[in-house]
Ligand binder design. Sequence first.
Ligand SMILES: [Zn+2]
Length: 148
Amino acid sequence: MGDASQGPMTGPEAENRCRAIMAELSEIGLCLPGSLVEQKRTCSTPGCHCHDDEAHLHGPYRLWTRKVNGKTQTRVLTEEQFERYRGWIDNSHRLHELVAELEQLSAVAMAEEANWSEPEAPAPDRRRNRQAHVATKQVGKRRAKAGK
Ligand SMILES: [Zn+2]
């Protein structure tokens, strides 16, 4: 990112990058969609202390959330599962980055072949990731705490 001054990668440089991307893709391993979040929550029991004191919130709960047919689905994980599958989530993010970059390089290669003066290459699309991120933040009704 941010090297727009150099222009798009072309020719042998682009071919090398494509090969590197495909090599990395071939070794990426399992890719889990969605996000992992840790959060503390209030409960639905009337009069429970969690409603008036943050120190009495329940949890932390370790959650795996993802969109299925437009709906957020959540599973509660154990601490062990949470640590184990974190790497799979990271792989998925990397997968999407690499695919976006490969698409970008391909669009530039096409523009080169077609002799278009301006490459018809859109910037890698980060919107999808950002939306997924926002969606997971809405899962916690309050005090949603992501990360460590
Ligand atoms: Zn409670």
